[in-house]
Design a protein around this ligand. Structure first.
Ligand SMILES: *Cc1c(COP(=O)(O)O)cnc(C)c1O
Length: 239
């Protein structure tokens, strides 16, 4: 698919998935939560259809991709074959890719600015049949206030969430964050959980291969795990 694609035996993907699923469940039980309250989003960016099939054949149905074009190359055929797949967009969404993204993804986790919200609203108004697809929207919060990272600033999150409801009429079901690599992720998970709590947002997408157990302890309802399931990607930005 891309030159960054890696290959991993399908059986290995199945084993890794089982191990990660068990670790998520154990973290949930440790936190006094029900394992089924945490959804494992298998992040397949940088990996080809063979590796993805390993996960599908193991019964997994929730996946994440961070680039619209890469997902467009891999997923339409797989979704036709496995109609109950739920595909999450976890990377930045450019306004010129909104139509493509709404056709392919089931959850857009990276709504992060008014211009994108306006474009989503316009596209939803133009294509009324999209309502029937049952799409969900999460707002990405830049908890570390990193200039190079996408996401709404924490101080602007409440106002943006209010505008999502009142101005753009887009129901927000979750918040998402990617903590800075060199900081204690727990602080960022706690901040995201607090913003969600005070705004009445139910879902929290936080935690990756290195820190998903911590994220579950802080209330993650969705963890986004790539490397621990599919192995190392050669080169790929994390968005
Ligand atoms: C790549 C990526 C992940 C998965 O990262 P791993 O460390 O491989 O588990 C999670 N979230 C986002 C937004 C990503 O881009």
């Amino acid at each position: 698919m891309t030159e960054t694609e890696t290959s991993i035996p399908a059986a290995q993907v199945g084993e890794n998935l089982a191990a990660v699923t068990e670790r998520v469940a154990a973290a949930a039980r440790d936190a006094g939560r029900a394992p089924e309250d945490v959804t494992l989003v298998a992040v397949s960016k940088g990996h080809g259809v063979g590796a993805i099939r390993g996960a599908l054949e193991a019964g997994h149905r929730v996946f994440g991709e961070n680039r619209v074009q890469e997902a467009e190359a891999k997923w339409p055929a797989l979704k036709a074959e496995f109609p109950d797949v739920r595909l999450h967009l976890i990377g930045p969404l450019q306004t010129n890719k909104v139509a493509l993204a709404l056709a392919l993804f089931d959850v857009i986790e990276t709504v992060d600015r008014p211009r994108l919200a306006a474009k989503l609203r316009a596209e939803l108004d133009r294509r009324l049949e999209l309502d029937a697809r049952g799409l969900s929207y999460f707002v990405q919060v830049n908890t570390g206030e990193e200039p190079q990272k996408a996401g709404i600033a924490p101080a602007e999150a409440d106002a943006f969430l209010a505008a999502m409801a009142a101005d753009y009429r887009i129901p927000v079901s979750g918040l998402m964050c990617i903590p800075p690599v060199d900081e204690e992720p727990a602080l960022h998970f706690a901040l995201l959980a607090e913003i969600a709590r005070r705004n009445g947002v139910a879902s929290l997408s936080m935690g990756m291969s290195a820190d998903f157990e911590t994220a579950v302890a802080f209330g993650a309802t969705h963890v986004r795990v790539g490397t621990a399931i599919f192995g190392i990607r050669e080169v790929h930005p994390t968005g």
